[in-house]
Write a protein that binds this ligand. Structure first.
Ligand SMILES: Nc1ncnc2c1ncn2[C@@H]1O[C@H](COP(=O)(O)OP(=O)(O)OP(=O)(O)O)[C@@H](O)[C@H]1O
Length: 243
């Protein structure tokens, strides 16, 4: 087996027995994750579904290097995240992870281009902000401020900001949660395009079950466990998703 092939077989993310317990010592213990084992291949678009409180965000935060597990192992490619210090996790996030959250977290006093430049100024091999904004269809809106844009446009600026540093993975927590179907569709199309064009492994938490049909793989959570993993043989395009 060639070394290239061996490298390709390492999943983007691998978790073994990941458990996260909040509270304890007098307060009620919450087992947010209870032994999660996952292998997520490179380049996939993965949808995480499950009821509120089932552990989706907790998992995303751990594999995104924003939080520590209580026990178990989590790996990004050949790097073990669960043995990293906070400083190492900060570097891991900076070098590898783009985040997109439900509320866009744009700086109100900066234009779209300036919001993206906040990230490109500190990344080693970034796209130009103009290029990232063009990829999400906002080439005409570079000099606009967040308040002059719709929710969907603001979320696309947030996606441009997340992808501009060319991350290996894009982690999205309810990216369409605050959007109506029309603007939500444009956001999904931007995520689909990034995944297809760059092969960026993309994880999307959603409560919109319609989005599952866009995914290569659908992971369903319940009570802190993975209860179902489904691979879609045929996928639909973002613009076919119904709300
Ligand atoms: N900082 C915290 N302290 C205590 N409990 C927490 C904390 N963060 C999350 N939890 C609990 O952990 C469990 C899993 O939460 P998590 O946010 O991962 O669920 P989720 O599936 O993402 O839910 P939602 O779809 O509502 O965002 C919940 O019971 C939640 O209340």
């Amino acid at each position: 087996m060639s070394s290239t092939r061996a490298t390709q077989e390492i999943p983007a993310f691998r978790t073994r027995g990941i458990t996260k317990i909040y509270g304890g010592r007098g307060t009620a213990e919450v087992r947010a994750l209870d032994g999660v084992d996952l292998d997520l291949p490179e380049g996939e678009l993965v949808v995480l579904l499950g009821p509120s409180g089932s552990g989706k965000s907790t998992l995303l935060n751990i594999i995104g290097g924003l939080d520590h597990a209580t026990s178990g192992e989590a790996w990004f490619r050949d790097q073990e995240l669960t043995s990293m210090s906070d400083r190492q996790l900060t570097r891991y996030r900076r070098d590898n992870v783009g985040f997109v959250f439900q509320f866009y977290n744009l700086v109100a006093s900066l234009t779209a281009r300036e919001n993206v430049a906040l990230v490109t100024d500190v990344a080693p091999d970034p796209m130009r902000p103009e290029e990232a904004l063009a990829l999400v269809g906002l080439q005409e809106r570079q000099d606009h401020f967040p308040a002059q844009m719709s929710g969907g446009e603001q979320q696309r600026v947030a996606i441009a900001r997340a992808i501009a540093k060319r991350p290996g993975v894009l982690l999205c927590d309810e990216p369409t949660g605050a959007l109506d179907s029309k603007t939500g569709t444009a956001v999904l199309a931007a995520l689909e395009d990034v995944n297809t064009r760059f092969g960026t492994t993309t994880l999307v938490i959603t409560h919109n079950a319609g989005i599952r049909k866009m995914a290569h793989r659908v992971i369903r959570f319940q009570d802190g466990r993975v209860v179902e993993i489904e691979e879609n043989k045929t996928r639909i395009r973002a613009h076919e998703v119904t709300w």
